[in-house]
Design a binder for this molecule. Structure first.
Ligand code: NAD
Ligand code: UFG
Length: 349
């Protein structure tokens, strides 16, 4: 019988790509999402892209803080594992509205863990972030590097990691993977699902994309005076399809390796790319010129961040396949097919 996986936040950017890969691998998937930062259209498109496997997908519009609603979902399906993407993720907003972030991300996770425990489902994959490394002193960041969050969003990730470690320590029936994502970009090669942020994008790639399709006049580069190859910040960009596959690898480890405990894994490529390099790669993929405005550093940004990938390669038997060229190609394909994301054009000002 097909393994059953609950995916919280499965309508979102990384969630939708992961749900598609799960369906294609033969899993039965239930998505819960409150659609706070996503659209149900993404779920419909995933079902279409999955072809015959699309029938193995169910969706419930639920806030994971709503314990009663979650209970109902667990009553109707016995899950083998949960992948937990649901959370708010805008760093700047978390500084403005810390309580919203602590409540949504932490209370949401505790509620989920309580309901899972009550129903005897004790396998969890959690979306952590490279943000837990802060501004690292040594590179690449390995899973043993010191942890330091620089804002409320990052602190929610760090606190949830600690909660998971405590939960496993108290009851080692719990199997937990803390997946620390580096910078997910790109889109499914079909161009039918991709990232569709609400409002002004906070992140580099969605911003570049919106400039390229003419939704915004220029890209502002935050800081050209870093001690990097060209003065701009360096990150480890990872194709979202590679990232999605990392979740399948994590689930396989749960089911194949009874010794699994509570472990953190970096999901990155191990390669650093600067902002200027990313802009050039996107210009090449799209054939569009991206007008630039050079300004001061963005507060709280690290200079350079890239992953040590040895642990995931060895223990999850997973390695990113795609490079920057494919990331930009697929992001552009999504952009030209869906210049307004899943929604309608914004009315002119
Ligand atoms: P996203 O916003 O596209 O997806 C998150 C989904 O969770 C959204 O669909 C949103 O509606 C839903 N959600 C939020 N709060 C909820 C709640 N209380 N109940 C139910 N649904 C809720 O973001 P994403 O980029 O797909 O990120 C997924 C996860 O990965 C997040 O936890 C994020 O913090 C983490 N992460 C993302 C990045 C990144 O750069 N995208 C990097 C590292 C970690
Ligand atoms: N940048 C710009 N202009 C922009 C946006 C970003 O120059 O308009 C620069 C940043 O200064 C940084 C780089 O592009 O040097 C990448 O910035 P992003 O905002 O795309 O990504 P971050 O690395 O700052 O953060 C992202 C997510 C976090 C997550 C982290 C994991 O926003 O939630 O990746 O590494 F935790």
């Amino acid at each position: 019988m097909a393994r059953r996986v609950l995916v919280t936040g499965g309508a979102g950017y990384i969630g939708s790509h992961t749900v598609l890969q799960l369906l294609r691998e033969g899993f039965y998937v239930v998505v819960v999402d409150n659609l706070d930062n996503s659209s149900e259209v993404a779920v419909q498109r995933v079902a279409e892209l999955a072809g015959g496997f699309g029938k193995n997908l169910a969706f419930h519009r639920i806030d994971i803080q709503d314990k009663e609603a979650l209970e109902k979902v667990f009553h109707t399906t016995k899950f083998d594992a949960v992948i937990h993407f649901a959370g708010l993720k805008a760093v700047g907003e978390s500084v403005q509205k810390p309580l919203l972030y602590y409540k949504n991300n932490i209370i949401g996770t505790i509620t989920l863990l309580e309901v899972m425990a009550a129903h005897g489902c004790k396998k969890l994959v959690f979306s952590s972030s490279a943000t837990v490394y802060g501004w690292p002193k040594h590179l690449p960041c390995t899973e043993e590097s010191p942890l330091h969050a620089m804002n409320p969003y990052g602190r929610t990730k760090l606190m949830i990691e600690e909660i998971c470690r405590d939960v496993h320590h108290a009851d080692n029936d719990w199997k937990i993977m803390l997946l620390r994502y580096f910078n997910p970009v790109g889109a499914h090669p079909s161009g039918h699902i991709g990232e569709d942020p609400r409002g002004i994008p906070n992140n580099l790639m969605p911003f570049i994309q919106q400039v390229a399709v003419g939704r915004r006049p220029s890209l502002t580069i935050f800081g050209t005076d870093y001690s990097t190859k060209d003065g701009t910040g360096v990150r480890d960009y990872i194709h979202v399809v590679d990232l999605a596959d990392g979740h399948i690898a994590a689930l396989k480890k749960f089911f194949d390796d009874p010794t699994t405990g509570c472990e953190a894994y970096n999901l990155g490529t191990g390669k650093g790319t600067s902002v200027f390099e990313m802009v050039t790669a996107f210009e090449k993929a799209s054939g569009k010129k991206i007008p630039l405005i050079l300004t001061a550093r963005r507060p709280g940004d690290a200079e350079t961040l890239y992953a040590g990938t040895a642990k995931a390669e060895k223990e999850l038997k997973w390695k990113a396949k795609y490079g920057i060229e494919e990331m930009c190609r697929d992001q552009w394909n999504w952009a030209i097919k869906n210049p307004w994301g899943y929604g309608l054009p914004e009315p002119p000002n």
